[in-house]
Design a protein around this ligand. Structure first.
Ligand code: TRP
Length: 329
């Protein structure tokens, strides 16, 4: 069975930054024009780590939707919804949990890594182990062909495919085995060259005002071998240049590369050009965000419509699932 549908989600854990935009969101915005798209706030998934203090999640839900819509997701073009408001996800999660071998979950690389690395939170829970099963349910319930995710989610998607095959093996071909669609655009590194992350303090948020961004860009390290203004630089080892690749017009990029390697363009001026590019990129996002903030009902209206639409699709799949498990009473 094949279709032209896509599903993806994000956890509501705080403001989105450029890394999220160029890593995932940009792909979503493009895909909404190419196929039938479902994008959701994975609020139950946020609970797997924030269960001790879940109150913050509620505030992050509308914030996330505002970031999405401000960045170009169009509720007329795609379905924007909230995981916890489509209870069918929980039902499928329960059923899939019955057929998911423990070994698959225990061997999941993200599970092992996070158990070791995140020491300030208790991750020794059933729900955390089952994170990939809930994610499989989120996806399989819409029977999509494509799932646009970042590199870090590939092990989860692989497990979704395995669970799908196991379901179809037991109960007959019904669920669709989805494929990952990685973002074609280059990654956006953090201001210090590491992965952009709120916890590293190296991020530029989509809602961040220019006056806060200016000192951050001024403080960025460029080619550290370029000690004097007259030394030629190397864009390949500069923290700034990847941003030009993402945000500065291509002919301008070529000029910058040429200016840098010939010592014609200094880092201070190069940063000025980047600030212009950032401003051009962020201004429409900021404007749309302010508009949404001035009418808070808009976000809830978007979610209400999206939830209803998602529920209908999810219920359709569940009817078939119940039948195949002889649970259609
Ligand atoms: N695990 C994903 C993340 O942390 C979020 C997510 C939950 C998701 N369910 C999903 C992504 C289903 C794609 C499809 O980014």
């Amino acid at each position: 069975m094949s279709n032209n549908r896509t599903v993806s989600g994000m956890r509501p854990t705080g403001a989105l930054h450029l890394g999220h935009y160029f890593g995932v969101l940009k792909n979503w915005v493009e895909m909404q024009h190419e196929m039938e798209a479902f994008f959701f706030v994975a609020d139950w998934h946020a609970l797997t780590s924030d269960f001790a203090d879940p109150t913050r999640i509620k505030g992050f839900v509308p914030e996330l939707v505002m970031d999405w819509v401000a960045s170009g997701l169009d509720p007329q073009k795609c379905t924007i919804f909230q995981q916890s408001q489509v209870k069918q996800h929980a039902e499928l999660h329960l059923l899939l949990s019955m057929i998911t071998p423990l070994g698959w979950l225990e061997r999941c690389p993200t599970y092992k890594e996070q158990q070791q690395q995140i020491t300030n939170k208790d991750l020794g829970n059933y729900g955390f182990l089952g994170y990939p099963v809930l994610m499989a349910s989120d996806i399989l319930i819409y029977r999509p062909q494509w799932v646009p995710v970042g590199q870090d989610q590939l092990p989860h998607l692989e497990m979704t495919r395995e669970i799908c095959r196991r379901f179809n093996h037991f109960y007959g071909e019904y669920l669709v085995e989805p494929q990952a669609r990685l973002t074609p655009a280059a990654k956006c590194p953090g201001l210090d060259g590491r992965k952009m992350s709120k916890s590293y303090g190296n991020a530029i948020h989509l809602g961040e005002p220019m006056e806060d961004i200016i000192p951050k860009v001024r403080g960025m390290k460029t080619d550290e071998n370029r000690l004097r203004r007259n030394d030629p630089g190397n864009p390949e080892v500069c923290n700034l240049f990847p941003y030009h690749v993402l945000m500065t017009a291509e002919d301008r990029q070529a000029e910058i590369r040429q200016g840098c390697t010939s010592a014609g363009l200094g880092c201070v001026d190069c940063k000025k050009i980047l600030l212009e590019s950032l401003e051009r990129f962020l201004t429409p996002i900021h404007e749309r965000r302010r508009e949404l903030e001035s009418r808070p009902d808009t976000v809830w209206d978007i979610l209400r419509d999206g939830n209803a639409r998602a529920r209908e699709e999810a219920e359709r799949t569940m009817e078939g699932v119940r039948q195949r498990l002889s649970f259609d009473f």
